[in-house]
Design a protein around this ligand. Structure first.
Ligand code: HEM
Length: 425
């Protein structure tokens, strides 16, 4: 049975599926403006098998939420799998470098996922990261003031602010060396490119070296926590292990491997997107400057309208169906939360941003169900502080050339490369 009701080409991945003629404008790796294609998918083919990537692309809110909720049918084990198979050279580098990292949580299945998540959740408490609030605020203030001191009166809110803040926060939380921000960013970029990118075998090689270094650093941090203890999350996890919690050193290192990526990449994007979309709407920005208490609501609206992650993956563990379309056991799904978040029936005028939207928090940008993002509160805390301080210190920033902002090509993360701004004396 065909997954789509339409047309032609046979699936090269052997799903026996038929691909639609055209893909309603959907280009899996293009992130600049995927929203018109999402709207067309929702209207025309809400569950579309895309033979170019071998995934069923799911675009409606209720379907996506139902898949997230039903973890017994839809496993997250493919969430961190490379979209493009690793080439022989990259595989060799990773094998020889002792790369055995596995997803900390997001690609694990119960009961293993339940066990590890409960240990991590006990350590990753609001107390641990709220203690960082004054440090995060000072960091933001310093960075904004440094930018404003520039005589040319132009800046890039990605490079000047969004890039550093979450990275310094997560490194501090984990007990890693904060002077290594660029190093961790480089490793994270490699992780994103190697997992969600569309790289040739040759292009993978430098990234494979980076992944080896990144993983070795995670293992080292666990060794240091065993030897020296410390007031950080890694030491908390090691202490929990010593006190009988069921978590191995390899699992702790895998959790660090996840957090050191999840903990900043997406938050950098959230801060950048918040400033990008709000500065582009001077009347809404002015409301925030006037009434900073509206900032938390605005952040949820940005997560809905311009989420950091627009697509996330699942795998069917048995024959099933989604939105009336049959999915075979082993079928892979790409859930377009970026589409669900703009569905008209769910969010009135969903293609517009409204910082007072009453149901903005119902967005799916943090996923849903057993894998719901563990760091959502920390992400929102950092974005709140960033917006509060930019609104206070630089209320008159002007966004430059928003039409020409480039977005990184990949399957899942919608990342603006720059947010150029200028200001008057
Ligand atoms: C705007 C920022 C962020 C976004 C959009 C985001 C999004 C997501 C998404 C979509 C998932 C998968 C949910 C699912 O499979 O149902 C996830 C899981 C996760 N996130 Fe985040 N995240 C953000 C920030 C953070 C931060 C700051 C941290 C940690 C410091 C973090 C840690 C995690 C972890 C550990 C998981 C795996 C949870 C599990 O599988 O049980 N995230 N996040």
């Amino acid at each position: 049975m065909s997954p789509s009701t339409e047309t032609a080409a046979r699936c090269p991945f052997g799903h026996g599926a038929e691909a639609p003629a055209g893909h309603h404008g959907y280009e899996p790796f293009q992130m600049k403006d995927p929203f018109p294609a999402y709207a067309e998918l929702r209207a025309e083919q809400p569950v579309m098998f895309d033979e170019r990537i071998g995934y069923y692309v799911v675009s409606r809110y209720d379907d996506i939420k139902a898949v997230f909720e039903d973890w017994e049918t839809f496993s997250s084990e493919n969430a961190q799998a490379p979209v493009r198979e690793r080439g022989p050279a990259a595989k060799k580098i990773m094998e020889e470098g002792g790369f055995t990292a596995y997803s900390g949580l997001s690609a694990r299945r119960p009961p293993e996922h339940t066990r590890i998540r409960s240990v991590v959740q006990k350590a990753f408490t609001p107390r641990r990261y709220k203690a960082l609030e004054p440090f995060i605020r000072q960091n933001v203030v310093d960075l904004v003031e440094q930018m404003l001191a520039r005589p040319e009166r132009t800046g890039d809110l990605v490079k000047d602010l969004a890039y550093d803040v979450p990275t310094i926060t997560i490194l501090t939380l984990i007990g890693a060396d904060v002077s290594q921000v660029d190093q961790f960013k480089r490793w994270s970029d490699s992780r994103a490119a190697m997992t969600w990118g569309d790289l040739s075998d040759d292009e993978q090689v430098p990234h494979a070296h980076n992944l080896v270094e990144y993983w070795q650093e995670c293992l080292r941090l666990v060794r240091v926590a065993h030897e020296e203890g410390g007031d950080n999350l890694t030491a908390d996890l090691v202490r929990a292990q010593n006190e009988g919690a069921e978590i191995s050193d390899h699992e702790i290192a895998s959790v660090l491997y996840s957090l050191l990526f999840a903990g900043h990449e997406t938050t950098t994007t959230l801060i950048a997107n918040s400033l990008r979309v709000l500065l582009a709407r001077p009347e809404q920005w002015a409301m925030l400057v006037e009434e900073p208490k509206k900032i938390p609501g605005a952040i949820d609206e940005v997560l809905r309208y311009a989420g950091s992650i627009v697509g996330w993956r699942r795998k069917a563990l048995k024959d099933t169906e989604v939105g009336g379309v049959k999915i075979e056991e082993g079928g892979q799904l790409l859930l377009l939360m970026g589409s669900a978040n703009r569905e008209e029936g769910k969010f009135e005028n969903g293609e517009d941003i409204d910082i007072s939207r009453p149901n903005a928090r119902e967005h799916l940008s943090f996923g849903f169900g057993i894998h719901y993002c563990l760091g959502n509160m920390l992400a929102k805390l950092q974005a709140k502080i960033a917006l509060e301080e930019v609104a206070r210190l630089a209320p008159n920033l002007k966004l430059q050339d928003p039409e020409n902002i480039a977005f990184r090509e990949n399957l899942s993360f919608r990342v603006p490369e720059t947010v150029p701004v200028s200001w008057e004396a």
